[in-house]
Design a protein around this ligand. Structure first.
Ligand SMILES: Cc1ncc(COP(=O)(O)O)c(C=O)c1O
Length: 480
């Protein structure tokens, strides 16, 4: 691939882009149970495309020169705050996604507290973005176990982990892996008592859970109205069905938000003050999100939630009856984790078998005693497919029972003994072919052997291998 000497015709460029998508997961149609959120509303998708495209060229770097973006953001944040228990003190920022919202909440906690060697207490089910934030911003993550039956944060463990250096407690509503809501009221009360901030990660559950509650589901209190909650993140590009690049981080008041901002006057260029990690940013995401909120409306979201809740309940009930599988915990959200309920059944092989039948379900590795599982993010468009999904899932479990998964047990035992700190990078690269990953060979057809290899490794080694793998994937296209 090289830069064309003469520009290509529009049709050719667009056709090539479509060709490139041929190997992608389907973003629409309800058969992809992670990464994408499909309302099953082509009218909404069309509007989002148009609105997004019409704001692509404006720059959110400076709200004084593109006041349309200021207005859109203030309206989106206002709607989100009202949806999530905010009051007239509540403020927020529109960000590119859950990770950026979490980065800002963690930075605000660090800079607001000004303690040496700051720590953040994280139930192991809290999203990895908090550890990424701790890594970027120099905080120490203190991981605490969750209840092994309910998968909810253990309040006593959180309490025991608090020190003078703790600047933030985190509760999920809901957790990605198991779809359960942590005891937010108790964790926030602890934070209040100790004068610490408490962030509720509603990135995936924040938009949908209030609708589930209105539909009669038992959803515990989790939003900004809970005493002690100081910030909350909610991704509009998840269950608000906005196009990607849309999240909001809400803060209880301006004093809480202030340290999330960044200003720099020590340079020679334009006046620099940023509400977010990104500086130059397209107006597309906020215009897209605003438009989708306007077009779907409260009643529309309630209807989408009704379909999602119905699909989730039927999935939980039906999957629980498939011999060999069990549902982990009792999910309050439209997120379901299925673990093996019999020895020898490889859930990673089930994921591969499902892929062969045209579904995408996601492998989750075991961690600190919590079992490996199959993750399903259920959206409104999956409602009509639940019976077909359950039938195929039962078939795939049968097939997986007799498949070996493809990993050599001796090799798995050997990698479990490796010391991640002692392995040089060049040796690490030699582990990739063991999992069937050869540089230049393209993406692997089956993920079960790779997952089995990673499952056998200690977490630090998993991380190093993943970095190696990503480096192998992102290799510039050479002229050929
Ligand atoms: C609970 C939770 N928090 C944070 C995130 C991170 O969001 P993003 O991928 O938009 O950065 C996710 C993503 O799935 C999530 O489920």
């Amino acid at each position: 691939m090289s830069l064309p000497t003469t520009g290509l015709p529009r049709e050719q460029v667009l056709a090539t882009l479509q060709e490139y998508r041929a190997g992608d997961l389907a973003a629409r149609g309800g058969r992809t149970f992670a990464y994408v959120y499909d309302a099953g509303r082509p009218d909404v998708d069309e509007l989002a495309h148009e609105a997004y495209a019409s704001f692509l060229d404006v720059n959110g770097l400076d709200p004084t020169v593109f006041p349309s973006l200021l207005r859109l953001e203030n309206e989106v944040v206002g709607i989100t705050a009202r949806h999530l228990g905010g009051d007239d003190q509540t403020v927020g920022s529109f960000t590119s996604g859950g990770t950026e919202s979490i980065l800002l909440a963690v930075k605000a906690a660090r800079d607001g507290a000004r303690v040496d060697s700051p720590e953040i207490v994280l139930p192991v089910t809290a999203h990895a973005a908090f550890q990424k934030a701790a890594h970027y911003f120099g905080l120490t993550p203190v991981l605490v176990d969750v209840d092994p039956k309910t998968f909810r944060a253990d309040v006593d463990a959180v309490r025991a982990a608090i020190t003078e250096r703790t600047v933030l407690l985190v509760a999920s509503a809901a957790s990605y892996a198991h779809g359960v809501v942590d005891p937010v009221e108790e964790i926030a009360a602890l934070a209040l008592e100790r004068g610490i901030r408490c962030h509720v990660d509603g990135c995936i559950g924040g938009w949908l859970l209030p609708y589930f509650r209105r539909l009669g589901a038992d959803v515990p209190a989790f939003d900004l109205s809970v005493p002690g909650v100081t910030s909350l993140s909610v991704d509009l590009h998840k269950y608000a069905y906005a196009a990607k690049g849309a999240s909001v981080v809400l803060f209880k008041d301006q004093a809480m938000r202030r340290p999330s901002y960044y200003a720099c006057a020590d340079w020679t260029g334009y006046t620099m003050v940023n509400a977010t990690v990104q500086s130059t940013k397209s107006g597309g995401p906020v215009a897209g999100a605003w438009s989708v909120l306007q077009a779907v409306g409260d009643e529309g979201y309630l209807e989408l939630a009704r379909q999602t809740l119905s699909a989730t309940r039927r999935l939980v009930e039906g999957a629980g009856r498939i011999p060999g599988l069990r549902v982990l915990g009792e999910p309050e959200m439209a997120l379901v984790a299925l673990a093996a309920d019999e020895p020898g059944l490889d859930v990673f092989a089930v994921c591969d078998e499902m892929a062969a039948l045209g579904w995408y379900v996601q492998a989750q590795l075991s961690y600190r005693g919590l079992p490996a599982s199959i993750h399903l993010t259920v959206t409104a468009s999956s409602d009509a497919l639940v019976d077909e999904l359950l039938a195929d899932l039962a078939t795939c479990v049968q097939v997986a029972r007799t498949s070996s998964g493809g990993a050599d047990p001796a090799m798995l035992a050997a990698v479990a003994e490796l010391d991640p700190e002692a392995l040089p990078d060049n040796v690490l690269g030699t582990l990739l072919p063991l999992a069937g990953l050869e540089p230049g060979a393209g993406l692997p057809a089956r993920m079960a052997p790779i997952n089995a290899l990673m499952e056998a490794m200690p977490p630090r080694l998993r991380e190093r291998l993943l970095v190696e793998f990503l480096g192998m994937l992102f290799t510039p296209a050479r002229e050929g």
